[in-house]
Design a protein around this ligand. Structure first.
Ligand SMILES: NC(=O)c1ccc[n+]([C@@H]2O[C@H](COP(=O)([O-])OP(=O)(O)OC[C@H]3O[C@@H](n4cnc5c(N)ncnc54)[C@H](OP(=O)(O)O)[C@@H]3O)[C@@H](O)[C@H]2O)c1
Length: 334
């Protein structure tokens, strides 16, 4: 393992899985001068090589196990379908790598708890890649809310959705790949609201289903701490705007894109509205990678911005919603 105390020492990344999000993450990572992507791992030699050539990565491994065993990698970014997160994370942590794992951390809370336990056991960093949390705009909102800019938070509303092509065997609709709107996009409004509601004490939910039996749309009414509520929605069959409002007793904060936030509007009672702008440096994925770098350089095994406790809380919330809407996966039986 490299000593990361010096900011000059590059952090050496490995990419596990070569699908859509792995490419987007690479764009973000390339914005960090102290990130060095040294290896990629794929289920096949051809896809590993193709990804390595596209991004100029020196080593291409034809299995996830070979990537995990690569001593020239400090931290692995796990970019597989949700049902593979648990196995791939354990592989990497047990091989001594740190891990940034795509959201949702796992298919269910039991898997998430086992992953956290593996990080603890191995003394390695583990974080769920809840990228919206690390955006400077989101950080500024948290600070404004903590300072009482909108009084006491009472309600958070947040929605997200896109019309995805229906493929019964694809990642988004197949129960075998833990498909469905909730785990793919619904995890985001839950995680967003949790920051301002202090977690959830009750969750109600309604869903409509795709022909494969997974959820195509979910509407959630959540109760938070201190008399707070959230109204959250997600869809993989309709382009629902990515709007959010955080409403307090003395004002509100409105975002027209809370998922990839580059700004927001603050309304304080009796005052003119204030507009805040926080452009991304690259495509927005750089912020979560920066948090990994900060954490590794500080010798932390978890991030206070997306702690193990918070990831577990959100995994439990997802389990609760799935129980309410009647969605289960083969992975739940493992
Ligand atoms: N943060 C975000 O905004 C965001 C956006 C999209 C997705 N995600 C998350 O990222 C993860 C991957 O999503 P994606 O859209 O990149 O998926 P994708 O395009 O389908 O790619 C997933 C990759 O995982 C690997 N894989 C391993 N086992 C697989 C299996 N049984 N079936 C298919 N692929 C398998 C494949 O890479 P190899 O062939 O190289 O092994 C594949 O290319 C998901 O957990 C998702 O929630 C996050």
């Amino acid at each position: 393992m490299t000593n990361h105390d010096s900011p000059q020492t590059p952090i050496r990344w490995g990419i596990l899985g070569t699908g859509a999000i792995a490419h987007r993450f690479m764009t973000g990572l390339r914005a960090l001068p102290d990130a060095d992507v040294t290896a990629v791992g794929s289920r096949s030699d051809a896809t590993a090589r193709r990804f390595a050539e596209t991004w100029g990565i020196p080593r291409a491994h034809a299995s996830y196990a070979d990537l995990a065993a690569d001593p020239g990698v400090d931290v692995v970014y796990i970019a597989t379908p949700h049902n593979v997160h648990h196995e791939a994370t354990l592989l990497c942590l047990d091989a001594g790598r740190h891990v940034l794992c795509e959201k949702p951390l796992a298919v269910n809370a039991a898997e998430a708890a086992a992953m956290i336990e593996a990080a603890r056991r191995n003394g390695r960093f583990l974080m769920e890649a809840m990228w919206t949390r690390f955006a400077p705009a989101t950080a500024r909102i948290r600070r404004l809310v903590d300072e009482g800019a909108i009084g006491e938070v009472r309600m958070v509303t947040a929605t997200i959705g896109a019309r995805m092509d229906y493929d019964p065997h694809g990642r988004l609709f197949s129960p075998h790949l833990a498909g469905g709107a909730l785990l793919d996009v619904g995890v985001y409004p839950l995680a967003f609201a949790s920051q301002f509601l202090g977690g959830f004490t009750d969750i109600q939910a309604q869903a409509t289903k795709a022909p494969t039996g997974v959820d195509a749309q979910v509407a959630m009414a959540v109760t938070g701490r201190n008399q707070t509520l959230g109204l959250l929605g997600c869809s993989i069959e309709a382009p629902i705007p990515r709007r959010a409002d955080i409403v307090g007793t003395r004002g509100s904060i409105a975002l027209t894109d809370w998922y990839s936030p580059t700004g927001f509007v603050l309304h304080r009672d009796g005052a003119d509205e204030e507009v805040f702008d926080f452009p991304h440096h690259a495509n927005g994925f750089e912020h979560e990678a920066m948090e990994v770098h900060r954490s590794l350089r500080a010798g932390r095994t978890e991030s206070p911005l997306m702690s193990w406790e918070e990831s577990l809380r959100i995994a439990e919330a997802l389990d609760t919603v799935r129980a309410r809407i009647g969605v289960s996966y083969p992975a739940d039986q493992r």
